[in-house]
Ligand binder design. Structure first.
Ligand code: AP5
Length: 209
């Protein structure tokens, strides 16, 4: 099972992937997480990627394509995977096709911009587990009551200013992928401003169908 989760920043791709991947015995591959790890470790790739990520721009295709190809060649990807945040441009999608990867389904998470901006500023990630939470009452999931305050981290690109650039990049470079995959007949839209539990349930139904 090889899936792509497509959608604008903060649409819920990572949250839903964390909740469904285990049920289907497949791994979640987030290029954002891989890039953030490279930035933290100050690798050559991380040093190159940081300036793009901090300003909300996409990292150049060549860097991301190589990173993704190395990751999907690993043993834990043999049963399949959810690509969360890749491809983000038509050249990335073409590179995936050219490397012989056959995608079964593309799930497109649809959310209005106003909801995305609110979600982004309330997002917190656990440093120890990588789990995604949100501190706003109308968002989900909330951090557990016993989680230490200093374990919760706010991404540097989760500011209102940077999210506006990320949304522009999404509209210009990533949204053409919706038509690209719809024409292939493998894209399914999911309304992603519903309660999280409903979205998780709908996503599982789409994956199983
Ligand atoms: P990346 O880490 O991929 O960020 P993104 O696509 O902008 O996506 P997000 O992680 O912001 O959102 P998400 O959809 O996963 O939402 P989440 O589940 O967290 O990329 C970061 C940067 O890396 C990019 O800007 C770029 O520079 C670079 N990059 C990465 N991949 C690249 C590529 N392929 N090519 C080039 N550059 C690349 O949810 C958001 C929040 O909402 C959370 O707090 C969550 O708790 C909450 N929430 C989720 N669902 C719900 C719900 N239904 N109701 C209420 N709250 C909800």
């Amino acid at each position: 099972m090889k899936l792509i989760f497509l959608g604008p920043p903060a649409a819920g791709k990572g949250t839903v992937a964390q909740h469904v991947s285990g049920d289907f015995g497949i791994v979640q591959i987030s290029t954002g997480d891989l890039l953030r790890a490279a930035v933290k470790e100050k690798t050559e790739l991380g040093l190159k990627a940081k300036k793009y990520m901090d300003s909300g721009q996409l990292v150049p295709d060549l860097l991301v394509i190589q990173l993704l190809q190395e990751r999907i060649g690993m043993d834990d990807c043999k049963n399949g995977f959810i690509l969360d945040g890749f491809p983000r441009t038509i050249p990335q999608a073409e590179a995936l096709e050219n490397s012989g990867v056959e995608i079964d389904k593309v799930i497109n998470f649809v959310v209005p911009d106003s909801v995305l901006i609110r979600r982004v500023t309330g997002r917190r990630m656990s440093k120890s587990t990588g789990k995604i939470y949100n501190i706003y009452p109308e968002c989900a999931p909330h951090p557990p009551a016993d989680i230490p305050e200093d374990d919760l981290h706010q991404r540097p690109d989760d500011t209102e200013e940077v999210i506006r650039n990320r949304l522009e990049e999404y509209k210009k470079l990533t949204s053409p992928l919706i038509d690209f995959y719809r024409k292939k007949g493998i894209l399914v839209d999911i309304k992603a401003d519903d309660p999280l539990e409903k979205i998780i349930e709908n996503t599982k139904k789409v994956i199983s169908s």
